[in-house]
Design a binder for this molecule. Structure first.
Ligand SMILES: Nc1ncnc2c1ncn2[C@@H]1O[C@H](COP(=O)(O)OP(=O)(O)OP(=O)(O)O)[C@@H](O)[C@H]1O
Ligand SMILES: [Mg+2]
Length: 303
């Protein structure tokens, strides 16, 4: 199993879009994929599930919010399997092609409150390392994914909110890799170096507490994926090329494949319960880019 967090401090850079499309494309190729929505905006959840159904059947006791509640009430360990579901529309398309599957742990709009409870549990918002709950709370998602029920998944993708609160930190601790979607503009690239710094601080702090070698973590940055890229006939707009070159200057890897800007394809994203890469009538250039991104992703996680 490979666990990958999709994160950027900057909002609206395509994190959820990349998570949904990558997950769906991998499942369509036969992989068992689990998506975990850690964002209180729940955009990933509503990319696959009808909001009315979510409200009626899931909101009260079948989302990641209630799971985090169990984590806080217990000693950190809480079983995650009862929060996993298999969205029907996307899986109808996936199963036509093979025995892959795309599962989802849905989010909840009240998840921001869980973050406050977490902070309180650790004795304040500065995450005191001395707290006996530091390790079990940080490891909650990592431990849950280690349960036998999850061994069938080959890839787990975690859609993170654009912040570095406790909920996000549980995602990073559980991850082998980090994938960073970014737009090729000044403000989006600014956040990348800061994110790297925050991840490395978390890893250092955490590993000081996790004295048992088996618990130590070293999530690697898989790469930056540039999204919403505007093209002229000869490649990305000249004005964007500096920013596309930025990761190399700070020695962060980037995916060769970029995803073009296409409101036509992405404006209605989620409405049909199917991501663009599996939509029967989506622009083939965009679909090709999303498929190539999935191939590059597989090559990077299974070198
Ligand atoms: N390549 C693209 N071209 C045009 N629009 C896009 C593209 N990718 C994503 N979008 C649109 O941009 C908006 C933001 O994308 P998305 O929700 O994936 O970003 P995000 O980083 O997850 O945002 P947040 O930080 O709010 O979680 C959405 O409306 C989405 O449909
Ligand atoms: Mg998002």
């Amino acid at each position: 199993m490979t666990v990958v967090s999709v994160i950027n401090y900057k909002g609206g850079v395509g994190k959820t879009t990349i998570t949904a499309n990558l997950g769906a494309e991998l499942a369509h190729r036969g992989y068992r994929v689990l998506l975990i929505d850690l964002d209180p905006q729940a955009s990933l959840t509503f990319s696959f599930l009808d909001p009315t159904m979510w409200e009626r059947e899931l909101a009260d006791d079948r989302t990641i919010l209630q799971w985090f509640g169990n984590v806080l009430d217990g000693d950190g360990a809480a079983s995650l399997d009862r929060y996993v579901l298999t969205p029907s529309t996307v899986n109808e398309v996936i199963t036509q092609n093979g025995d892959g599957r795309l599962d989802l742990v849905p989010s909840h709009l009240m998840l921001t409150d869980a973050d406050l409870d977490f902070a309180a549990n650790l004795g304040g918002s500065r995450f005191q390392h001395g707290s006996p709950r530091y390790l079990p709370l940080h490891r909650a998602l990592a431990d849950a994914l280690a349960a036998p029920a999850f061994s069938e998944y080959q890839v787990v993708l975690i859609d993170c909110p654009p912040n570095f609160t406790m909920v996000t930190r549980t995602g990073i601790v559980a991850s082998d890799h980090i994938l960073i979607p970014a737009r090729p503009d000044y403000l989006s690239t600014l956040g990348i170096d800061y994110l790297r710094k925050k991840v490395s601080e978390l890893v250092t702090d955490y590993n000081k507490v996790a004295t048992d070698g088996a618990d130590q973590i070293s999530p690697q940055i898989l790469g930056i994926v540039f999204t919403m890229v505007q093209y002229t006939g000869h490649g990305p707009l000249l004005a964007l090329r500096n920013f596309i070159g930025h990761p190399a200057t700070i020695e962060i890897p980037r995916f060769q494949q970029m995803i073009r800007d296409s409101k036509t394809v992405f404006a209605g994203a989620g409405e049909q319960g199917l991501p663009a890469v599996l939509m029967p009538d989506a622009n083939p250039n965009v679909q090709y880019e999303l498929q190539q991104l999935a191939s590059e992703f597989l090559a990077k996680i299974r070198p």
